[in-house]
Design a protein around this ligand. Structure first.
Ligand SMILES: Cc1cc2nc3c(=O)[nH]c(=O)nc-3n(C[C@H](O)[C@H](O)[C@H](O)COP(=O)(O)OP(=O)(O)OC[C@H]3O[C@@H](n4cnc5c(N)ncnc54)[C@H](O)[C@@H]3O)c2cc1C
Length: 360
């Protein structure tokens, strides 16, 4: 497994359950991926731990395989490349080692999107993931007064966590005319007086050596700035929560056929229902396969892990039942209006996959 976030951990559990030997490689110092910085209680489905805190879910998943002799963890270890002979190169403690897996599940997650505006390189401009890491992993406040950019779930949740840490959130700006995240998260920060300015964006960040303030501007229905609507905020931190994009560098390097699917967050690998890519033996799961949530990442990991192990000849009496249950849970998670974007993305991905013969 490359990546031991929720997707990689669930793939490891599933493959181990089928009788496969598993190595989990992760650049972090502990398994869990994004979960280790998520102190809030999760939404999603009960089967995927809804109501539990992300950090606890990470521990519960890792505990299922931590002491298993069939599973090895290589932490603080970054996969830096795929080689033609099928080996992957792993950097650990400034040394390079090589590993050959008969099957590889790539679950490297996502990277944060940035925005282009004057001053975006000043110290004090952060991605929301970095702010969460500082606060929730290292106990460090990023600043005293924050402008949050983006009112999706991540922007709203991180705003609330900033408030809990005693940091002032001066405003949340959102380019769309409506809040993208769940109402429950928006109301929590509005109740304590944080304004959410929809149809607004950050125009520039000011400061000589560090962030000292930010100018926000209103946007018209064409998303162009409306002249003379600028407003200045005294802040020392600007936090960008403007979306994620699949971290697919390794897949490009491995020669997997890729497609740009905006509904899934960017370039993703063409893959079959079993999550195997066009490069035989390489599977994908989680945010790397399309930006969604931890719940879907876990289920995709389970499907990829079961399928990879089965393709090696491993068998389990409950294989078909587990696969069918996972597929049904995934369909349920993606049902309804909130799942429409992902459903459209997957339809597009499968259509493109059929055109080039990756999907039967
Ligand atoms: C603020 C915030 C709040 C969220 N809240 C929720 C929520 O309430 N409910 C929910 O369901 N989802 C939530 N999510 C989404 C959820 O965290 C992600 O969808 C999920 O973590 C994706 O899992 P993953 O395993 O695909 O990737 P990740 O969790 O990102 O794990 C990827 C792992 O791969 C490792 N890695 C990457 N590249 C390499 C490499 N080259 N070599 C070795 N290791 C590598 C990383 O270190 C990481 O550990 C939230 C996300 C954020 C940012």
């Amino acid at each position: 497994m490359i990546g031991a976030g929720p997707a990689g951990l669930c793939a490891a559990i599933a493959a181990r359950d089928m009788g496969a030997r598993v190595t989990c490689v992760d650049s972090g110092d502990r398994p869990g991926g994004q979960l280790v910085k998520q102190t809030h209680k999760f939404f999603g489905s009960r089967a995927e731990f809804a109501g539990k805190r992300g950090i606890d879910i990470a521990g519960m998943l890792a505990d299922r395989i931590r002491d298993d002799p069939m599973v090895e963890f290589m932490l603080d270890s970054t996969v830096i490349g795929f080689y033609d002979d099928g080996a992957i190169g792993i950097e650990h403690n400034d040394a390079l080692t090589f590993l050959r897996g008969e099957r590889i599940v790539c679950a490297t997650g996502a990277s944060e999107r940035m925005l282009a505006f004057p001053g975006n390189d000043l110290p004090g401009v952060y991605g929301a993931g970095a702010v969460q890491t500082l606060m929730n992993v290292y106990g460090v406040r990023p600043g005293k007064a924050v402008l949050m950019v983006g009112a999706g779930n991540i922007g709203l949740i991180v705003s609330y966590q900033l408030l809990q840490a005693g940091v002032e959130v001066v405003a949340v700006v959102e380019a769309m005319p409506q809040v993208g995240g769940y109402d429950v998260h928006a109301r929590k920060i509005q109740r304590v007086g944080v304004p959410i300015l929809t149809s607004h964006t950050v125009k520039a960040v000011h400061g000589t050596r560090v962030v000292e303030g930010a100018t926000v501007v209103a946007l018209g229905s064409d998303f162009r700035p409306i002249p003379a609507t600028e407003e200045y905020f005294h802040v020392d931190t600007v936090c960008l929560a403007v979306g994620l994009t699949p971290l697919a560098d390794l897949l490009w390097q491995a020669g997997c056929k890729m497609a740009y699917v905006p509904e899934l967050g960017g370039h993703v690998a063409l893959r079959g229902e079993d999550y195997e890519t066009s490069r035989r033996g390489i599977y994908v799961a989680g945010d790397l396969a399309g930006i969604e949530e931890a719940s879907s990442a876990m289920i995709e990991g389970t499907i990829a892990g079961l399928s990879a192990a089965q393709s090696l000849g491993h068998e389990a009496p409950d294989f078909e039942e587990r696969l069918a249950t996972a597929r049904a849970e995934l369909a349920a998670l993606r049902s309804g209006p909130k799942g429409q974007k992902v459903r459209l993305g997957i339809e597009r991905l499968m259509r493109l996959g059929r055109e080039v013969g990756v999907v039967a």
